[in-house]
Design a protein around this ligand. Structure first.
Ligand code: ATP
Ligand code: MG
Ligand code: ZN
Length: 335
């Protein structure tokens, strides 16, 4: 595994850690600069007909040219992991509250979580809703939580399915689907609704670590074959609140998660994570009562391709007309 230059920070990196490299004033101007760079990429993607603004930050419609590249990225990602012989599973974009509960996501990322609500009221409540709407007021408070959460990470629903004892060698899954995270942003690399393609292993501590570490060179090679400059750096997730600071430190100190970052906005700005490789240790094994064939608590690891981020990084690096991209890049994508 090659880990180079850990000073690069992904877009999640907090201002505090960046500020250690620069004075406050310089930092403020750097922040303004990156906003300009983000706005420029966003405008280019919209003007050139790659994405369609849906009127809410981080929500886009996708056109034919976007889809052509996105599908090629996904297919290349799948080809690169074919040797895993993973079991294919697909899930809806929402998960039962009970399953969401068991992941503990609400403890670490309450600010990113989002739930589904539905109308369960009677005629009178409906009239009150309509009256509020007539007055131009928000009416969603008339809806009730529906015991469904939008799935923030596509592997979540799998752990409940393997409760109990794993077969020898553990399990390997191929899961792609919708993710929702409530992080509205004008950065076209940070969406609210996006997709990740994950290859998830659940097994022993050794096989989980082997999965996380062993796939890193393969993923790096794939992303580099797309003509993207890639660095692999320890991740620093934005765990929420005071306890979160401890979890974030733990994640970095124990090198649990690595991100594949690329300089979408140039070398002077934080690089953006387009994929990740994450070791959960016994987190899900304990919560979902999963045991290995020898009766130990199972460990798990995921590798995740951020499909929109890779696609948009390609448009940023090579332009918005794929027909004009370098032939090696088109070949790597099978285009
Ligand atoms: P970031 O640090 O940029 O917030 P993350 O650590 O939250 O990313 P993961 O949880 O590792 O991301 O998710 C796997 C992949 O999904 C990421 O590497 C990234 O490519 C993609 N991804 C994550 N959040 C978003 C988002 N808001 N919009 C688009 N893609 C995303
Ligand atoms: Mg994030
Ligand atoms: Zn996962």
């Amino acid at each position: 595994m090659t880990i180079t230059d850990p000073t690069h920070t992904a877009t999640t990196a907090h201002a505090a850690s960046e500020a250690t490299h620069a004075s406050e004033a310089a930092h403020a101007s750097e922040a303004a600069d990156i906003d300009v760079a983000r706005a420029a990429l966003r405008a280019r993607l919209l003007d050139d007909g790659v994405l369609i603004d849906l009127g809410s930050p981080g929500l886009y419609g996708r056109t034919g040219v976007f889809t052509r590249v996105y599908d090629a990225v996904d297919a290349a990602a799948v080809r690169s992991q074919a040797d895993l012989d993973a079991d294919v599973l697909r899930f809806p974009p929402v998960e039962p509250l009970a399953a969401f509960e068991q992941t503990d996501y609400i403890a670490s990322f309450p600010d990113l979580a989002a739930s589904i609500s539905g109308f369960t009221g009677d005629d009178r409540t409906h009239r009150a809703l309509l009256a509020a709407r007539e007055r131009g007021e928000r009416w969603e408070s008339f809806l009730q939580p529906a015991d469904l959460m939008l799935t923030p990470a596509v592997c979540h629903p799998v752990y409940g399915l393997v409760t109990g004892t794993l077969p020898d060698g553990g399990r390997m899954f191929d899961i792609v689907g919708d993710s929702f995270r409530r992080e509205p942003s004008l950065d076209p690399m940070r969406l609210q609704a996006f997709h990740m393609h994950e290859f998830v292993h659940i097994g022993t501590p050794a096989t989980a670590q082997q999965h996380r570490d062993g796939r890193i060179p393969v993923m790096r090679e794939l992303l580099e074959s797309f003509g993207l400059e890639i660095d692999v750096v320890p991740a620093n997730d934005p765990f929420f609140g005071r306890v979160g600071q401890m979890l974030a430190r733990n994640q970095v100190e124990q090198s649990l998660k690595f991100e594949f970052v690329t300089p979408v906005y140039g070398h002077d700005h934080p690089w953006t994570a387009i994929s990740s490789a994450n070791l959960h240790e016994d987190h899900f094994g304990t919560s979902f009562a999963i045991r290995t064939a020898d009766g130990e608590v199972a460990h798990s690891a995921c590798i995740a391709f951020g499909l929109e981020r890779i696609t948009i990084a390609l448009f940023a690096a090579h332009g918005t007309d794929p027909d004009a991209w370098p032939t090696e890049v088109l070949a790597a994508l099978g285009l």
